[in-house]
Write a protein that binds this ligand. Sequence first.
Ligand SMILES: [Zn+2]
Length: 365
Amino acid sequence: MTLLSTNITFLNDNDRINIVEKPLEFLKSLKGLTVYDIEGVNQNKTRIITTLIHGNEPSGLIACHLWLKSNERPATNVRIIFCNPEAAQTKPYFTHRYLSQNDDLNRFFTLAAKTNVIADNKQNIKSQVTFRAQQILSLICNTNKNELKPNKGSVEAILDLHNTSGASPAFAVAIKSDIKHKLLAEFFTDNMIKTTIPVGAIMEQALDAPIVTIECGGANENKSHQVATIGVQNFFDTVSLFKRESSLVKIRFNPLRVELKNDATVGFANHPLQTTDITLRVDIELLNNSVTPAGEFIGWNIDNAELLFQAIDSDNKDRATSLFETRGGLIYTIRAMQFYMVTSVTEIATKDCLFYITLIDNHSI
Ligand SMILES: [Zn+2]
């Protein structure tokens, strides 16, 4: 069964007049991988936004829909790519991160960059997702074999717009923290993580222009849509993206990915659940908002001795025991840390990860 269409829908300035009024109707109108190419005042450069890589993260679509509908002419050419409408169109709309188990598009870009899946060889969902990732990479590169590159000008910058599953302020993630990456992040946030943990995401790929992932904030929060809307508008309007030599963006280094061990399970409650190995406190998403001190209670571990989650660093080593401890089955932090992407959506916490952290006091463990 083909879940992902192999066709790409290319639209341009002439199609803006047909854009429907509401973002939900706009989502319903998308036919598979969809690209809008809009001509700018300066036609020597193209700025790219990718969004909807995850179908349950609407801020990028809401912001780009509003901007497309405005009929404004951008400072440079613009290419907007709606990457995975099929996941977002799976009912209930905007609730499916991906189409089925284990096919998270944003974990397939490294594989897609290394392999060459042909369109005919897409009998399983993994091949289909890899092919979609290849198509998206072709759409954002200056050079490619498939003639999918932007029509005019060279790619100047790429933003990949996401939401966090849990309530959260906006932050950026990139693999580089130079001034160009900071200035791109600053359209949305003053907080950026320089990540060294490879997961196969689009931002990890060697591209022709700087790429920054923007987590616009929680998927269900209006303020996230506002952050995205203002950021997209300014990204397209600004004449010179990289003129400034300094930025207010603060960089956090060396994130650790905290995930369940083996087949351990997690639940969320204000008492220890009898039905899961780990119970995180029900208000755990609040930890996204500010620095968490050492000694903070975060939940319960069914095993009194061994932690049933791990904290993986960039060397793929588990650092959990130097960051968390269990006392009588209760879990506490033992270092000051910033939590990111904490979610109480059980499926995402289980299949992807519980959360990320960066340390506050110094960069090493
Ligand atoms: Zn995402």
